[in-house]
Design a protein around this ligand. Structure first.
Ligand code: AN0
Ligand code: CP
Length: 316
């Protein structure tokens, strides 16, 4: 496996979830496989879960880990070919990726979108330039448009907690004061459409996700209608894809609270974290015993470990 940047890089979600649950039950079984192998984790943006869970996954496989915060500690990287580099950028991606490939056997990259230039963001330029110039396998640690390690962990969590073969899973938009990427939502939709679930997406008008990730999904602008009979409520804010990068105004009634959860089939509540309390979701829901947010974060380790194990076994 040369790259893990989307659900398209794996053949079967259910098989991968099974592998992850197997690893979770015996996390140190493959401790020898990563011996004398190094993973480099490159961050252009902040992270708690992705950084620590991917690090832990690598340690569980016996790997060495190098973490680099590229924005603060690295040279400013140029991505365009043929540029006269007499402005801000100090090092071209060609050299940076070639050098990093000598130090690392696997590389992870986190990069957020601009939320101002939709074409550039949806071309996933930073991730794809690394993919082009690295000579070792690449793991997305959340790109401008997708967050596959998160979605994989979410699929594992749903498999662990579902009470019927084909649960109703609702992805609900929720309010947020700042513009956020669509990556988590795009990716969750993409993975759920490849899973044995009934996916319903609910968001205000003007917040429909990119059709390339949501084709065949049911979309409704009526949140309460969507919640009826739901087995899982997955909350997430995203800024507008249509009015690119705009945030919602006057949409506070989209906050997820107990009254809305009462409309569901005793649904579990999910969120990728970090979450703004009493904006996205009320304390009562997040602190309830049906919230899976902390369990999802735990499964990030086993999602990452499954991906890294496949790369170590079949990466070349
Ligand atoms: C990011 C996002 O929405 O993509 C990362 C989530 C994993 N969230 C924030 O920036 C708050
Ligand atoms: N869920 C998630 O990816 O969290 P971090 O941004 O803290 O890594």
């Amino acid at each position: 496996m040369k790259k893990f940047t989307s659900v398209k890089d794996i053949n079967n979600v259910a098989d991968w979830v099974k592998q992850a649950l197997q690893l979770k039950s015996d996390p140190f079984a493959n401790k020898h496989i990563g011996q004398n192998k190094t993973i480099g984790l490159l961050f252009f943006n902040p992270s708690l879960r992705t950084r620590m869970s991917t690090h832990k996954a690598a340690l569980n496989l016996g790997m060495d880990v190098m973490v680099m915060n590229l924005n603060n500690d690295g040279w400013q990287i140029e991505l365009e070919d043929g540029t006269v580099m007499n402005q801000g950028s100090q090092e071209h991606i060609k050299e940076a990726a070639a050098v990093i490939s000598q130090y690392c056997d696997i590389v992870g990259v986190r990069t957020f979108p601009t939320l101002t230039d939709r074409d550039r963001d949806y071309a996933d330029t930073v991730l794809n330039k690394f993919n082009q110039y690295l000579t070792v396998p690449l793991v997305s640690l959340e790109s401008a448009i997708l967050h596959p390690l998160q979605s994989f962990a979410d699929a594992i969590t749903i498999a662990e907690h579902k009470k019927k073969p084909k649960p109703k899973v609702v992805l609900s938009w929720a309010p947020h004061p700042k513009a956020l990427p669509q990556a988590v939502a795009n990716s969750f939709a993409e993975w759920m459409l490849q899973s044995e679930v009934e996916l319903v997406i609910t968001n205000p008008e003007g917040f429909d996700l990119a059709p390339q990730f949501t084709a065949n999904a049911t979309v409704t602008h009526q949140q309460e209608e969507a919640f009826a009979g739901a087995d899982f409520i997955y909350a997430k804010n995203w800024s507008s894809f249509e009015q690119y990068g705009q945030i919602g105004k006057g949409l506070d009634h989209w906050t997820i609270d107990q009254a809305k959860m009462n409309l569901t089939n005793q649904a579990k509540f999910m969120h990728c974290l970090p979450v703004r309390r009493n904006v996205v979701v009320t304390d009562e829901v997040l602190d309830s015993d049906y919230s899976l947010a902390i369990a999802q974060a735990n499964n990030r380790t086993y999602a990452a470990q499954t991906v890294l194990l496949n790369m170590l076994k079949n990466g070349q």
